[in-house]
Design a protein around this ligand. Sequence first.
Ligand code: CO
Length: 422
Amino acid sequence: MYYEIAEKLLDFIKKSPTAFHAVREMETRLKDEGFCELKEEEHWKLEKGGKYFVTRNHSALIAFSIPRKEVSKFHIMASHSDSPAFKIKENPEMLFDNAYVKLNVEKYGGMLCAPWFDRPLSVAGRLAVREGEELVEKLVCIDRDLLVIPSLAIHMNREANEKASYNIQKELLPLYGEADAMGSFWELIAEAAGVKKEDILGHDLYLYNRTLGTVWGAKGEFLSSARLDDLQCAFSSMEGFLRAGRENFIAVHCVLDNEEVGSTTRQGAASTFLKDTLLRIHTGLGRSYEEYLMTLAGSFMISADNAHSVHPNYGDKADPVNHPVMNRGIVIKYNANQKYCTDAMSAARFKEICRKANVPYQTFVNRSDMPGGSTLGNIANTQVAVSAVDIGLAQLGMHSPYETAGVRDTWYLIQAAKEFFQ
Ligand code: CO
């Protein structure tokens, strides 16, 4: 079962080179499962026993189901759709020395730069396209090896292995073609999207890693892939959500965008997307604002975003006691300054979920002399005040374009999510 799920996860990630594609994959799955799509710009007529989903910016998605009986709780699991990557700038083609064409890119999020060098890359994302008098969105993915960011040879940088610091504008621009490729980039994109070049009026395009995910290790215990942070959690949340009965509360599978750049966008955790959706679920069922607030007070949220495994080569970077290991269960994250929203009650509640789901859990706290990253839970809490716990799956190489995680952990999180939504 672990391997079947691992393969399914890798397949989902392969089809999800950007947040837009991940949301589309989830939409397709939800429609197959009988979920009805709602639009934010239309009235919502909701029914007991109904299953729905809504997207914002086509890069964030919330799916929910309403039980037949009267219930007064939300059970929410939140993860994120985005990962650090290089974004294609406007007018990206740059001719160098009348010999090479490279593409102008900028950083999205805080990535590890070094692993982006010397590997096949390509381009995917969203286009805004004119169709008659309308503007429509088209997803595009160039499904072949298209670009490489070549390293500078050791002979020209003798300190390469002593010091690593990278200038994005100078050193991270991918090589696209020879001089005669100048002017062909938008032709290529237009052809892949099935549109005319002159009709492309806008784009959100990113580089993505072409190396496919793989299961490896002495006994096949690990897997590596692009975008495990946070598609491993988004995938597990969705699987658990779909496998559960969802009859005792309003179950909410929530995948937000822009976590990697601070969440303060209209589709991020700091936005009103979750709050608006929960409120509209209530009004759509004919309930009052006070009843909405009463429901929130009794609700619970799991914020699921990947966590750091202790690194076998850098044991000193972890807390001396609370350092998770891959394949040893779901990581509960703690932080005294509440960068993680976990507290005594929410941690206890999550441990009970794990116990009932029969899956192991472990704990993560940063070394006290090392500030960690942030995540969704406490940010979402400022809009939707519910008791919440921050959790994740242990991984190595976070924010590399090729990250590593445990084969068994995806299964554990699906089981816990299923128990939570049951
Ligand atoms: Co993350």
